[in-house]
Design a protein around this ligand. Structure first.
Ligand SMILES: [Zn+2]
Length: 117
């Protein structure tokens, strides 16, 4: 059976992650490239894969090369800390409990409070 033209048009306009095929209604963010998009979940997966390879790759680097890469790692770490802090601040503004935040991070309510309050 043929789909109504309007349905086809609506589907064609949806932006989709090129990796998992989820559309812009079901993901929080889509990052666009010249002709493709990637969602935040797939970016996270890619980061984990790259981090695993990075650990293995670091062991092969010379001391000088490791020292050269430290500044970039420090910048990335600070950026991640800022994102984490922003997320926790938003959750607290929305009255989400320290227990829930700690649970999501795999730490106790008290540890979450100590770290972020
Ligand atoms: Zn995706």
């Amino acid at each position: 059976m043929k789909k109504p033209l309007e349905t086809v048009r609506r589907r064609a306009k949806r932006l989709r992650c090129a990796f998992c095929r989820k559309d812009d209604r079901t993901v929080t963010k889509l990052v666009g490239g010249p002709t493709v998009y990637i969602c935040e979940a797939c970016v996270g997966l890619c980061n984990r894969i790259l981090a695993d390879e990075s650990v293995a790759g670091c062991a092969r680097l010379t001391d000088a090369d490791l020292l050269d890469t430290l500044p970039a790692s420090g910048v990335a770490l600070e950026a991640s800390r800022e994102v984490l802090r922003t997320q926790v601040d938003l959750l607290r503004e929305r009255k989400v409990s320290w227990a829930a935040i700690g649970g999501a991070l795999g730490i106790s309510r008290q540890a979450a409070w100590d770290r972020f309050s």
